[in-house]
Write a protein that binds this ligand. Structure first.
Ligand code: GLU
Ligand code: MG
Length: 638
């Protein structure tokens, strides 16, 4: 989840006092990095995935499933292996916000060879196996985005109790003991976000209204003004940052390519969020949203009442319209400039300092904008730094701006180049699905760069899409703003021809450049209107020399993406909804009971291990449904 500085956290009052110090030095540190590294060239494509997991403990007698607070214990063992043999390990493990979470990545990045797509899923499986070996027989490591009964009575093992009157979170539902204990960052962030905001965070998700749903859904509104009666109310950072996702990081060949990738992937964020939607259940209720995004956004919303526009500005400088976890506010490439239609907030002096140091207005605006956020976690040992050598103050702010995309300068004194992170996707049940999504996005970046495609739409429309993406069944029902004319002079004929027949040549009305499309239109294409991402990828692959094995793997993945986009198979969120609402214990009251939670998670576990095959999620296959066939579940298509 970001920078893990060693040391002792400062109190909120001390941190607050030092906010201008962090800002001033953080910006200087970026300037110094930039001066040293702006001309860095010749890095090759490297990329990697990150999957966050939840450790679940089952009680088969009582039919209960709880989160197991053993993340720290497991990490001690996993990290020991890494320390002993840093270059030999096949996976790397890091803490995440929840005491029941861990995050895993491949031991080293993948490179430019298509053949690497053959090892992504195997590595994911190996990661799961590695952790499973450390688990008790009644535990499982699960890549589920939201734990359905997080924050319900007795949802942890060992048992914990919320402490509404004391501690970091002060939640009615989420105990501080459920925050990862092994590093002070997580609790400190929770406390400081609450203190900066001036009250607890508040998240209200509309409940899915079924025929027996009671309104108010519970009595939390009696305890908290912030709770809405027909919404699932959540009042802790853990409800958001306790969710899991699937992220990707790419190394670009230079800063220009990194800026292009950052921009071109931005309009794809809401599309991929809708496509990967996997989290309809929160705090034991079925909600009317399919994704985690707004939950996390609200869970780290440190804006004061003034900054949220609820009070006239007195102590703060700006009214800010988003939380520090949200979609990006500006494009970074020259091509993107004209689509930056949201006024970018920043301190003029910060911006000027960046510009005076030779940083162009687009990048200066981006960096200055990140720095409208105060530090919410500062360690005493790190207050005074050498701005020529260190970048901790910059990283402090950068790593607590959790946005759909992240633009990352090379760390000082390293062999790593300019990178971008792609952060919207939700975690899927199986390694097969996660690997398919990873390969699809990596292939898209290759297609974007090779054909110099242009996906840009006004940034305000990306924001609109982000909200649509989270609605129930968005992947099937919603129409998203998307660019019709994505071609440039090097784009393939298929794309160009399709777009010529559209309205794309009309530059009188710029808005005709953008249409409303479904996820299916965007991914699979729409005759005469849009070529489709999969056909573009296939066009690109047709010109490549690919070995039979790799070809087969890629085609399985693309087939799966195609089918899910077409609605032939369900999104994870739709499948979970279906499971819950068809469960015999479900009373049509929007409640996810302990037994439904247990059965759902048991089924998910069986699907992820391959003990059960789920055609609704993965597609129909003629292959035998054995464990080993899971990765090649769709291999009848090769
Ligand atoms: N768990 C967060 C999410 O689901 C991401 C935290 C991180 O940046 O690692 O988006
Ligand atoms: Mg993470």
């Amino acid at each position: 989840m970001g920078l893990l500085t060693e040391g002792s956290p400062l109190s909120w009052e001390e941190t607050k006092k030092l906010a201008p110090h962090v800002r001033q030095h953080g910006i200087t540190q970026f300037i110094n990095l930039y001066k040293k590294l702006r001309d860095r060239e010749g890095d090759v494509l490297k990329w990697g995935d990150e999957v966050e997991y939840i450790i679940v403990k089952f009680n088969d007698e009582k039919k209960q499933a709880k989160v197991s607070l053993r993340g720290d214990e497991l990490l001690t063992v996993l990290n020991k292996k890494e320390l002993e043999d840093p270059n030999g390990v096949k996976s790397l493990w890091r803490p995440e916000y929840g005491a029941y979470m861990i995050e895993g990545t491949p031991g080293r990045p993948y490179g430019g060879l298509l053949a690497h797509f053959n090892i992504v899923e195997a590595n994911m499986r190996l990661r799961r196996k590695e952790v499973t070996e450390l688990l008790k027989a009644d535990e499982a490591i699960m890549s589920i985005t939201s734990f359905p009964r997080l924050g319900c009575e007795d949802f942890t093992h060992p048992p914990t109790k919320p402490t509404p009157d004391q501690g970091a979170t002060r939640s009615l539902f989420f105990p501080d003991d459920v925050i990862f204990p092994g590093h002070p960052r997580f609790k400190t962030l929770s406390r400081n976000i609450r203190m900066r905001r001036g009250e607890k965070v508040a998240i209200n998700l509309p409940v899915f209204r079924d025929k027996n749903t009671k309104i108010p859904i519970d009595d939390s509104y009696k305890h908290d003004r912030a709770a809405l009666p027909d919404h699932v109310y959540m009042d802790a950072m853990g409800f958001g940052m306790g969710c899991c996702c699937l992220q990707l990081t790419f190394q670009a060949c230079n800063i220009t390519e990194a800026r292009t990738l950052y921009d071109q992937l931005t309009p794809l964020c809401p599309i991929m969020l809708a496509f990967t939607a996997a989290s309809p259940l929160y705090r034991g209720f079925v909600t009317d949203v399919d994704c985690r995004w707004n939950v996390i956004s609200g869970s780290v919303d440190c804006r004061t009442e003034e900054e949220r526009g609820l009070k006239p500005l007195k102590e703060n400088t700006f009214v800010i319209n988003k939380s520090r976890y949200d979609s990006i506010d500006s494009y970074l490439s020259p091509q993107g400039e004209k689509y930056n239609d949201i006024p970018l907030l920043y301190n003029k002096e910060d911006y000027q300092k960046l510009v005076d140091n030779g940083i162009d207005p687009l990048l200066a605006g981006h960096i200055a904008h990140l720095f409208i956020r105060d530090s919410v976690s500062l360690f005493s040992e790190k207050v005074h730094q050498n701005d020529e050598e260190d970048s901790d103050h910059f990283e402090n702010i950068q790593s607590t701006n959790w946005q759909t995309m992240r633009f990352k300068p090379p760390p000082p004194h390293s062999t790593i180049g300019w990178r971008v992170e792609f952060r919207p996707c939700e975690a899927q049940v199986t390694d097969f699905e996660n690997a398919a999504i990873v390969c699809f996005v990596v292939l898209l970046t290759r297609v974007i760069l090779s054909y110099q495609l242009n996906f840009l739409i006004p940034i305000s429309k990306v924001d609109e899409n982000m909200q649509k993406a989270q609605k129930r069944n968005a992947a099937r029902d919603q129409k998203f703003w998307f660019r019709r004319d994505i071609t440039t002079h090097v784009s393939p004929p298929a794309a160009a021809e399709c777009c010529r027949t559209g309205t794309s040549n009309c530059d009188v009305k710029e808005c005709d450049m953008f249409g409303q499309m479904t996820v299916n239109d965007i991914i699979n294409g729409k005759e005469g209107e849009f070529p489709g991402l999969i056909p573009l990828i296939n066009n690109y692959l047709a010109g490549m020399d690919v070995d039979a094995d790799t070809h087969c793997t890629i085609q399985q993945y693309l087939k799966f993406i195609q089918r899910r986009a077409a609605g032939e198979i369900l999104t994870t969120a739709s499948w979970i909804r279906k499971f819950v609402t068809e469960h015999p214990d479900y009373k049509h009251d929007s409640v996810v009971s302990e037994i439904i939670n247990y059965d759902l998670l048991k089924t998910v576990k069986d699907i992820q291990t391959g003990d059960k095959y789920c055609p609704l999620l993965l597609g129909v296959s003629t292959m035998s449904k054995t464990k080993e066939s899971i990765p090649s579940a769709l291999s009848d298509d090769c």
